[in-house]
Write a protein that binds this ligand. Structure first.
Ligand SMILES: Cc1ncc(COP(=O)(O)O)c(C=O)c1O
Length: 396
């Protein structure tokens, strides 16, 4: 009998630097507990619990029947790029043309491709911490130097401009902003944005402005650094359909950037996905140009849940929680419990039946916090509060 040969897996060295998103791991653990018969309330995953609005589903289904089942241009269908250019021009107060738009499968590829296109080994990228984990993962993957800027609770999780100023060096190539912010719900005001623009000044540094939650704001208005004088050609604006129109599974987002950089992102699309699904893009045109009332309904419902959930958390021993101004996350300070974030998140899942994320899933400066997604029904949120309260009063 031939001897069985064991081939060792010889991964590329860079794979050791690639991170992940803990939300999916916690979801898997929660599902495993459910299979054992446990009842879990899911507050770990950042996706709207609403269905995609009917008019968008109809547009997608009609598009499939009408033959939008073939490859399309790598940068996106011309009509969708036009619709996005119009929408961004109107909402951000900056003139955008279709050749400055690249349509990709979700918001995430804008992060992936921008970093691949701009960052060489040793280049520095300043990114928010706590923050969306994919930023650090991608910076490190391409060999860049990840430079975290600490978002502090006492500043309502907006960044300290003097600190930012002191971090920019000759090697800084990219600064990542995210407002409304995942995981804190912090929102950069017009004044914050103006000050950040002033701190960057006329240095040749690009800004990746992640605005995926731009329509989910509870107080004030959304402002983009792209509209600041001198920043149009230094900004990559990321937005998409996942959160605004509850379209996470359709996989569609976009980047807006100077046309020369857009051509390079389109080339990365040609090399990876070829194009974003054509029928999905037709549905995207309907999303942008059709009835917008569902967007406002979802926003108002998230606001109602936020108010109830934050008030409930503030009644729990050891928890203190600021009111987030945007997105659908609540980020309470749990240092009063004297527990480490990860251990408390694990205990919540295993003993209280509430799945949430440790603040450290979003970087080292997330220690002392938990993140709850409020993308679940009001009824379930109230049950979750009750379970957390019961468990903490017994164990803390
Ligand atoms: C800050 C931030 N940026 C980008 C994304 C990616 O969104 P998409 O699902 O469209 O790729 C997310 C999703 O959770 C996010 O929270």
């Amino acid at each position: 009998m031939p001897k069985a040969i064991q081939f060792e897996l010889r991964l590329a060295e860079r794979m050791a630097r690639l991170g992940t998103e803990t939300a999916f791991e916690v979801l898997n653990r929660a599902r495993a507990l459910e299979r054992q018969g446990k009842d879990i309330i899911h507050l770990e995953i950042g996706e709207p619990d609403f269905d995609t609005p009917e008019n968008i589903i109809d547009a997608g289904a009609d598009a499939l029947r009408a033959g939008w089942t073939h490859y399309g241009p790598s940068a996106g269908l011309p009509d969708l790029r036009e619709a996005i250019a119009e929408e961004v021009s109107r909402s951000r107060g900056v003139h955008v043309t279709p050749d400055e738009v690249v349509v990709v499968p979700g918001g995430k590829p804008v992060i992936f491709f921008s970093i691949l296109a701009l960052i060489d080994e040793g280049d520095e990228v300043i990114y928010p911490n706590p923050g969306f984990p994919i930023y650090e993962s991608m910076i490190r993957y391409v060999g860049g130097r990840a430079v975290p800027i600490h978002l502090r609770e006492e500043r309502d999780f907006s960044l300290d401009v003097d600190e930012l100023d002191g971090m920019i060096t000759d090697r800084t190539k990219l600064i990542i902003l995210n407002s409304p912010h995942n995981p804190t719900g912090g929102v950069l005001s017009k004044r914050d944005i103006e000050q950040i623009a002033k701190a960057i000044g006329d240095r040749n540094v690009m800004v990746l402005s992640d605005e995926i939650y731009s329509r989910l704001i509870f107080e004030g208005k959304h402002h983009s650094i792209m509209a600041e004088p001198g920043f149009k050609e230094r900004t990559i604006l990321l937005d998409g359909f996942s959160k605004t129109y509850a379209m996470t599974g359709w996989r569609m987002g976009y980047g807006v950037m100077r046309a020369d950089l857009a051509a390079h992102l389109a080339r990365l699309m040609t090399n990876s996905n070829s194009c974003t699904a054509s029928f999905t893009q037709i549905a995207g045109i309907e999303a942008l140009q059709g009835d917008q009332s569902s967007v406002e309904q979802m926003r108002a419902e998230f606001q109602r849940r936020r108010d109830v959930f934050v008030a409930g958390l503030n009644r729990i021993k050891g928890f203190s929680c600021r009111t987030p101004k945007g997105a659908f996350y609540v980020f309470p300070n749990i240092s009063g419990t004297k527990w480490k974030s990860k251990e408390l998140a694990d205990a919540m899942l295993e003993h209280a039946g509430v799945a949430c994320l440790s603040g450290t899933s979003f970087g080292e400066f997330g220690e002392g916090y938990l993140r709850f997604s409020i993308a679940n029904s009001m009824e379930n949120l109230k049950v979750a509060l009750q379970r957390i309260e019961e468990w903490t009063s017994e164990h803390l």
